[in-house]
Ligand binder design. Structure first.
Ligand SMILES: Nc1ncnc2c1ncn2[C@@H]1O[C@H](COP(=O)(O)OP(=O)(O)OP(=O)(O)O)[C@@H](O)[C@H]1O
Ligand SMILES: [Mg+2]
Length: 327
């Protein structure tokens, strides 16, 4: 069953910017669906339309079968929303924040439900602390708890881990997975962290300039690039020789870059060839394609805001390192 159905949804703002440009996708019950894209790609605008906070310019959307344009109340009852920016009252305690929200939604048996959601995000022991004293990660967890208070069927999370350190980010990921596994919740999240989409999402839509440019499982998106990369760090004097032996190799500084089908299987073969030809390999790295490569291939640029040197880029990701025979 599709919990979210979106067809040709678009938003053009008054100054003519097409923030969302005819996006189409469905999200099944119990799926974690990721919207991955750089700053300004149109992620928040899409969420705002789906959550009935913003009127679309054209196209259709349905949440749990309800129309986002004409059935605002029904849609709002189905959804929980965690905004990109902090929206808690930091002068109130955790429990008071939840109390306020539960009243707003007319949640029955409020005390029990608040206990439950605090339990889910493991904040029971801090329920009476003022939110101002919470760490970023705790605030985020409290916001997730608040988004859950009225038993939504779908939870929208707009950049759930923005600005959190890697460890806290991982902690928030655990809650998101728990919501799917234990409560069968459907989750729509936006992010510009590739590893987040990769780790969490059953399917990922890559969005850029308001358009979905790819949509599939992370594995299929990466597989579509067809193959791995082997990177050999060589002594400069051996580079020319290596280029003769590995005909399709590319050169980058003192490195030789080989595109292969399965690096795990082929690396030994490559190193053996180097040994035979007396090419000194200082270090060999394997790199599997990342979502960044998918984005790079589709758009010709990086998803990250800051540019990263090719050398660092090549070493990033799921690669592992092997010492060559040179040392
Ligand atoms: N209320 C608005 N009025 C005019 N333009 C807007 C408005 N909201 C968003 N935009 C523009 O729409 C585009 C998409 O913005 P949006 O906030 O959806 O991007 P995003 O993918 O969520 O980015 P980020 O990763 O920075 O949160 C941007 O060019 C933005 O400037
Ligand atoms: Mg945003």
């Amino acid at each position: 069953m599709n919990v979210i159905e979106v067809k040709n949804l678009s938003k053009t703002f008054s100054h003519g910017i097409k923030a969302v440009d005819s996006v189409t996708f469905n999200v099944e019950k119990g799926e974690i669906f990721g919207f991955l894209g750089p700053n300004g790609a149109g992620k928040t605008t899409t969420i705002n339309m789906l959550c009935t906070l913003l009127k679309s310019t054209s196209g259709d959307g349905k949440i749990c079968g309800y129309d986002i344009a004409s059935q605002h109340n029904q849609v709002r009852e189905c959804i929980g929303l965690v905004f990109q920016d902090m929206t808690l009252d930091d002068q109130l305690t955790a429990r008071e924040n939840l109390e306020l929200h539960a009243r707003l939604y007319g949640v029955p048996d409020r005390k029990k439900r608040i206990d439950q959601v605090l339990e889910i995000v493991e904040l029971r022991d801090r329920e009476n602390s003022i939110v101002k004293t919470f760490s970023g990660g705790m605030q985020r967890r409290l916001e997730i708890a608040r988004g859950l208070i009225h038993y939504p069927k779908v939870l929208f999370l707009d950049e759930p881990t923005l600005g959190l350190d890697p460890q806290t980010r991982k902690h928030v990921w655990d809650y998101i997975v728990k919501l799917k596994k234990e409560y069968g919740m459907t989750i729509f999240l936006t992010t510009h962290y590739m590893e987040e989409a990769d780790e969490l999402c059953d399917r990922i839509a890559v969005i850029d300039h308001g358009k979905i440019i790819a949509l599939d499982t992370s594995k299929k998106l990466k597989d579509s690039l067809g193959g791995d990369t082997i990177i050999l760090d060589l002594n400069d004097r051996d580079v020319a020789k290596a280029l003769k032996i590995f005909k399709d190799a590319k050169r980058f500084d003192g490195q030789i870059i080989l595109s292969v089908k399965n690096a795990g299987k082929q690396i030994e073969e490559v190193l053996e060839k180097c040994r035979k030809n007396k090419i000194e390999v200082v270090e060999a790295n394997i790199r599997k394609p990342t979502l960044n490569d998918v984005f790079l291939k589709l758009t010709g640029r990086e998803i990250r805001e800051e540019t990263v040197g090719l050398k660092e880029q090549l070493k990033r990701g799921e690669g592992f390192r092997m010492r060559g025979h040179g040392r």
